[in-house]
Ligand binder design. Structure first.
Ligand SMILES: NC(=O)c1ccc[n+]([C@@H]2O[C@H](COP(=O)([O-])OP(=O)(O)OC[C@H]3O[C@@H](n4cnc5c(N)ncnc54)[C@H](OP(=O)(O)O)[C@@H]3O)[C@@H](O)[C@H]2O)c1
Length: 285
């Protein structure tokens, strides 16, 4: 695995695996088996970064899986990069100290590598972000950030004289490239993470002529072209897959380089397409 460095000097893997899965209510054992199989497979293919959130309701399951993997020497805690997020339901309570302790306990760890506000929840997020600074200083988290930000949120942080996030996580893929926001993050030395990095492999993505032409040219798959495009521009893609063949495919991207011209052809696919609607996930956003 390759690494980038955050503004506070800590190393972060150049690719992450997402763990969100929300459609297995009442099937805990099946979910455990599915996640365990995918995580073991990912670790064996050199994936060390994992992304979860309180709202995915799987922190306790992941905690069990991770500790089993440490016990079985499949990976070591110090080599794993764990991200979790504090959701809106918890933000309403304005008690970040309590929330981090719940996440640490559930994930069976003494520290979180990256802790994110899941949403800049109007009227709450600035206060909670301010509380997160103290937790960062306490060492319970190695880096902090915010997901689902826009330019206006960076502006609000400046006006409130609050520190910039180490990481911002947004929906980012060839069909949504928000160039002015990316430029702002670079200026502020904020590392960008891309969620829904494969744009969920929706039919229009799978069938896109440019991506398919590039896949044929480089003898790669469409997802490998997309993953390589992310990594080559210094954005960290978070992909979700529970299929071992797809996991291997998504991480096997280090033996080829897209030309500048081909990178630009992918940027040209941008049409500000967003899969995850903000108003539904974050009322008042
Ligand atoms: N901060 C936020 O608000 C937020 C929001 C959304 C997501 N996220 C994070 O980002 C992660 C990924 O997001 P996402 O699940 O929305 O999008 P995604 O990773 O772009 O798409 C996931 C879909 O792509 C398929 N896929 C993956 N690799 C493939 C391959 N090589 N070939 C064909 N299909 C492939 C998966 O199916 P298979 O399982 O069959 O491979 C799955 O159906 C989440 O797990 C979560 O950690 C964060």
């Amino acid at each position: 695995m390759e690494y980038l460095q955050l503004s506070n000097g800590i190393s972060i893997p150049t690719q992450m695996m997402g763990t969100s899965i929300c459609d297995m209510k009442g099937k805990k054992a099946e979910l455990f088996a599915l996640l365990e199989r995918a995580l073991i497979y990912a670790a064996q293919t050199d994936t060390v970064g994992f992304d979860t959130a309180r709202d995915y309701a799987n922190e306790p399951l992941l905690g069990k899986i991770f500790s089993k993997m440490y016990r079985n020497k499949i990976m070591r805690r110090e080599n794993v990069f764990i991200t979790t997020k504090v959701g809106n339901g918890q933000q309403y309570l304005r008690n970040m100290k309590h929330e981090i302790d719940l996440s640490l306990k559930a994930l069976k760890t003494d520290y979180i590598d990256l802790w994110l506000l899941h949403w800049p929840l109007p009227d709450y997020w600035l206060d909670n972000w301010s509380q997160m600074q103290d937790i960062y200083k306490s060492g319970k988290v190695r880096a902090i950030g915010i997901a689902n930000c826009r330019e206006r949120h960076i502006e609000m942080l400046k006006q409130a004289h609050l520190p910039m996030p180490h990481v911002i996580q947004i929906e980012y893929h060839p069909f949504r490239t928000v160039p002015s926001f990316v430029a702002l993050c670079r200026k502020e030395k904020i590392q960008l993470e891309a969620y829904s990095a494969n744009c969920l492999m929706l039919p229009f993505v799978k069938g896109n002529p440019t991506l398919n032409e590039l896949a044929a040219k480089y003898h790669k798959t469409v997802t490998q072209i997309i993953m390589c495009w992310h990594v080559q521009q210094g954005v960290i893609p978070i992909f979700r897959s529970f299929n071992p063949a797809h996991i291997s495919e998504n991480v096997d991207i280090h033996k080829f380089t897209l030309t500048d011209e081909d990178m630009q052809r992918i940027f040209a696919l941008d049409r500000d397409y967003k899969f995850h609607p903000e108003s539904l996930n974050c009322p008042g956003y």
